[in-house]
Design a protein around this ligand. Structure first.
Ligand code: ADP
Ligand code: MG
Length: 618
């Protein structure tokens, strides 16, 4: 599907549409591309400014949104309208972050502790997906401005420890920003690619990627074989990074100069000025062995030796994480064949020294640690675009392939642009007791609801022996051979009952059909996210109704009359909210039913356990 585009600035013809690599960082974000002439990965920047865009968003209360350096300046003057570290909130509920809510100066909504968090600015609410999409939009605009050509396709990186929900949230943010996210890749994988590790299919290696950023630290152990990156283990601390180094220096100065905490509290700008001075000191101490400056009447001084003593405990913490990661991967430090350094804070010489000593080898630090992840994402993007001849993609799946799951949702098994031959499998289970058959419907497309995608095939796995809901394990496997023929199989693992079907996935789809489907997935991104959320809420509500019903059938006589009445009315209300298709109401009613049933469910469980214990002879 090669397209011809004309670069308006240079008048030159571009064979392929550009695909950018994006590092969506907690502290800083940036875009990189493969330079069309030099074929080298480069970070995009305007003339003499930095390639990095602070991941900070400022809402002015009218309807203007500012992202980057300008927004960062508002952190002091309008903390409640200035959002930083939105990445920490991706895919999280209020319960997940409740212990850390003090670390955020803006308002995080806590009225529904179990559903996904929202941020409140004035009278508006933003999800972490919305917030990230503002950053991505800014990056897209910048890239378009610099390249003077539209940018619609991207590879975006995420930490290796991100779960499916967090990856999906990142993908959704990309869609909202008008980007077709061709792939989400792990940050350590990208960093490794930037060092050329894993580019060649012959390479077999185990490596460590040490990433110390502004507010997070992570270590990943990767095994690379045949062009595939496998994460063997990850470890780290999502609240440890360069900010803590700055804070350590501030504390040092406060103590040395006798600046009291009360004085700081009365003068927030002094604290901020101290922090900025501390960051300059830290950066300078990467190259010289002392730093001094004056701030108001204070003489701020620090030597490299003092600095090293201050940060030693922090470094020790990261080394302990490295140890745990090795242990989890069942490896010795000597088995690691390369150590890649990522993140601005790895510029600190003592960090490099400690990491090098721990792994017993020289670390890879020749690529700019701020840019290394974005550069690797650009390399991956180039591979996907088919420009990298050595890694030439023989063939790829033009659209995602998956099956329909509860609520009419598309569950992707093979994402679009996967190299073929390809293989994937996933386990599913039944929804009702004694369910003897399972319908497997195969779809192709990028939309969240299968009704908007293309149905390719459907078959029934029958003869599942009677089991309670949730017990059968049905493994659905997708296999695309080198000719592009998809075989879908389903097997119930406990009984061995199996069934399969052959499909030709691209049948009847022209290039422009594929393009149209992709375009639709972008235009409908917002509706799709809402539709998925509603479908998920409905499924959860229905599931709860079923379990409650089953529970009542067995235990009705153990409940008080009040409990029975309350439960019945809460069930009715939930049922009604489901028929009304109101997501927030469904969630509320699900929660209410849960609240009512939890106490007696626990009580009856306790009694059952006590009964079982009594019956046991020791
Ligand atoms: P993230 O991945 O979390 O977005 P980055 O990799 O951009 O973060 O790292 C940002 C951190 O790197 C900041 O704390 C910044 O102060 C720190 N940093 C940048 N340059 C240096 C340097 N020369 N010495 C020490 N720390 C640095
Ligand atoms: Mg980073």
């Amino acid at each position: 599907m090669a397209k011809i585009a004309i670069n308006i600035a240079t008048g030159s013809l571009q064979q392929e549409e550009i695909i950018v690599g994006i590092d969506l960082g907690t502290t800083n974000s940036l875009v990189a591309i493969i330079h069309p002439e030099t074929k080298q990965a480069v970070a995009l920047k305007e003339h003499d400014s930095s390639s990095m865009v602070p991941s900070v968003i400022y809402f002015d209360g009218q309807s203007n949104v500012t992202v980057g350096d300008e927004a960062k300046k508002k952190l002091i003057s309008s903390p409640e309208r200035t959002i930083f570290s939105a990445k920490r909130l991706m895919g999280k509920s209020y319960n997940d972050i409740r212990n850390r809510s003090a670390a955020f100066s803006y308002k995080i909504i806590d009225d529904n502790a179990e559903s996904l968090v929202k941020v409140q600015v004035g009278d508006k609410f933003y999800s972490p997906v919305d917030l990230s999409s503002y950053i991505l939009k800014e990056l897209k605009h910048r890239a378009e401005h610099i390249l003077k050509t539209p940018v619609n396709k991207a590879v975006i990186t995420v930490p290796a420890y991100f779960n499916d929900a967090q990856r999906q949230a990142t993908r959704d943010a990309g869609k909202l920003a008008g980007l077709d996210v061709l792939r989400i890749i792990n940050e350590p994988t990208a960093a490794s690619l930037a060092y050329g590790i894993g580019i060649s299919r012959e390479e077999n290696k185990v490596i460590a990627v040490y990433d110390l950023g502004g507010g997070t630290f992570d270590i990943s152990i990767l095994r690379i074989a045949g062009g595939i990156f496998e994460v063997l283990s990850t470890n780290g601390d999502t609240y440890l990074g360069g900010d803590d180094i700055d804070q350590a220096i501030v504390e040092h100065w406060k103590k040395e100069l006798g600046i009291s905490t009360e004085k700081i509290a009365a003068e927030p700008s002094l604290n901020q000025a101290l922090r900025l001075a501390a960051e300059s000191a830290k950066k300078q101490l990467s190259v010289t062995d002392s730093y001094e400056t004056t701030l108001e009447d204070y003489e701020l001084k620090i030597s490299l030796a003092q600095f090293n003593t201050l940060i030693q405990p922090l470094i020790d913490t990261t080394i302990r994480s490295c140890k745990s990661a090795l242990k989890d991967a069942d490896l010795k430090a000597s088995e690691i064949e390369a150590v890649v350094m990522v993140g601005g804070s790895t510029r600190v010489p003592l960090v490099k020294k400690a990491v090098g000593e721990f792994f017993g080898r020289e670390v890879n630090d020749t690529v700019n640690p701020d840019e290394v992840v974005a550069l690797g994402a650009a390399i991956q993007a180039d591979i996907l675009a088919g420009n990298n001849k050595e890694f030439l993609l023989i063939d790829i799946t033009p659209l995602s392939l998956g099956i329909e799951t509860a609520g009419g949702l598309m569950d992707v098994l093979i994402p679009r642009n996967t190299k073929i031959p390809a293989k994937a499998s996933r386990q599913y289970t039944t929804q009702v007791d004694a369910q003897s058959g399972m319908r497997i419907s195969v779809f192709q497309g990028e939309r969240d609801l299968v009704e908007h995608n293309r149905k390719l095939a459907e078959f029934n796995l029958s003869g599942i022996p009677g089991m309670p809901a949730g017990l059968p394990k049905v493994e659905v496997g997708f296999l695309i051979n080198a000719d592009g023929i998809l075989t879908v199989s389903a097997r119930e693992l406990r009984s061995g009952v199996a069934q399969s079907i052959e499909v030709k996935p691209q049948y009847g789809l022209t290039d422009s059909d594929v393009e149209k489907m992709l375009l639709e997935s972008i235009t409908h991104a917002k509706d799709d996210i809402a539709a998925r959320a509603l479908a998920e809420a409905k499924t959860e509500g229905e599931q709860l109704l079923k379990t409650t019903e089953r529970f009542l059938q067995k235990n009705a006589e153990l409940l008080t009359k009040d409990e029975l009445l309350q439960t019945a009315s809460a069930m009715q209300a939930l049922q009604l909210s489901i028929t009304m298709n109101d997501k927030d109401l469904i969630q509320k009613k699900t929660e209410e039913l849960n609240e009512i049933s939890r106490p007696y469910a626990e009580r009856i469980m306790d009694e059952a356990v006590a009964g079982a214990m009594k019956g046991k002879n020791v």
